[in-house]
Design a protein around this ligand. Structure first.
Ligand code: NAD
Length: 298
């Protein structure tokens, strides 16, 4: 199987690299964190002493880094030049569309096939190998990246040219943020109007108000399937990451000249929730902030 460099072995990358090793790829891993490197080694990866060393002789380079500035720095200072020209470069981080396009244009100039391949699904899906990848890049780059991404996910979808994966990701998560806020306020209003929450769930999940936020991720404990609401809003998708994605969507909207009033309101509400000390709370926990505002008459 292929020799794969994996850079960024955090909450998401750790599980993803382990799945590549499990699929019998030869994974050479690098992270700035010693603890992350030790976990990767225990999961069957070989450790490198720096990113350049990891990239040498790699058939593919996969990165899973926090933000656009990390991605740009790692590719320009480490990956380009160190990876063979035949390697496919796969950035799975969630970053701004402009940086994704810029880095992929430099890659192309230098003769590399590169895709942006951000994911839908959280830490549990990364560990289980059930992520969805939305991929931007040429047909040739997609064809090279697809078998590697398939070892880490349940769906790999070609979204279009370089940057299109990031565009799809932030548009999807803008819908998610806005529908979660709308779902929370509907449950709170329904309760104030005397409706039993489970009854409202049974009706709305089979009516035109249904969405993933409502049907699969109901924000009240004991309503619908098991969700982070049943675990005091721990685990799941952190509010800080939802705020990050909404902020990226707002930046992209401004640059593209798109009016996104619902996305903007969701971003403002998540900013207030995070500022209130809920950065690591699951994003559906925003129902508590909305509830407190209702109680306070705000
Ligand atoms: P994380 O902070 O847990 O992991 C990032 C890792 O990158 C860290 O281990 C860090 O040490 C490493 N790193 C940073 N700079 C580096 C460098 N120059 N060289 C080598 N390693 C470096 O973050 P995460 O939760 O794994 O998220 C990674 C990406 O996935 C982010 O872009 C995030 O938005 C996206 N994402 C996260 C989730 C989630 O639920 N956590 C879901 C979907 C998408």
């Amino acid at each position: 199987m292929a020799r794969i460099a994996f850079i960024g072995l955090g909450n998401m990358g750790g599980g993803m690299a382990a799945n590549l090793a499990k699929a019998r790829h030869s994974v050479v891993a690098f992270d700035l964190s010693e603890a992350a490197l030790e976990r990767a080694e225990a999961a069957g990866c070989e450790r490198a002493t720096n990113a350049r060393e990891a990239c040498a002789e790699a058939a593919a380079v996969v990165t899973m880094l926090p933000a656009g500035r990390n991605v740009e720095a790692v590719y320009t200072a480490e990956v380009f030049g160190a990876a063979p020209a035949s390697a496919v470069l796969i950035d799975c981080s969630t970053i701004d569309v402009a940086t994704a396009r810029r880095v992929s244009a430099i890659a192309e100039e230098r003769g590399y096939d590169m895709v942006d391949a951000p994911v839908s699904g959280g830490i549990a899906a990364a560990a289980a190998g059930t992520l969805t990848f939305m991929v931007g890049g040429s047909d040739e780059a997609f064809a090279k990246a697809e078998p590697i991404l398939s070892a880490m996910g349940k769906a790999v979808i070609h979204a279009g040219a370089g940057g299109s994966g990031q565009a799809a990701k932030i548009c999807n998560n803008m819908v998610l943020g806005a529908t979660m806020v709308a779902t929370c306020e509907a449950f709170l209003l329904a309760r104030k109007l005397g409706l039993d929450p489970q009854t409202f769930y049974d009706i709305a999940s089979q009516s035109s108000g249904q969405s993933w936020s409502l049907t699969s991720y109901a924000p009240l404990p004991g309503v619908g399937p098991q969700t982070p609401a049943d675990r005091d809003y721990q685990g799941g998708f952190a509010a800080a990451l939802m705020l990050k994605d909404l902020t990226l969507a707002m930046e992209a909207g401004t640059q593209a000249g798109a009016d996104t009033p619902m996305g903007r309101r969701a971003a403002e509400l998540y900013a207030a929730f995070v500022e209130d000390g809920h950065a690591t709370t699951d994003f559906s926990g925003i129902i508590r902030m909305l509830e407190a505002r209702s109680e306070g008459g705000a």
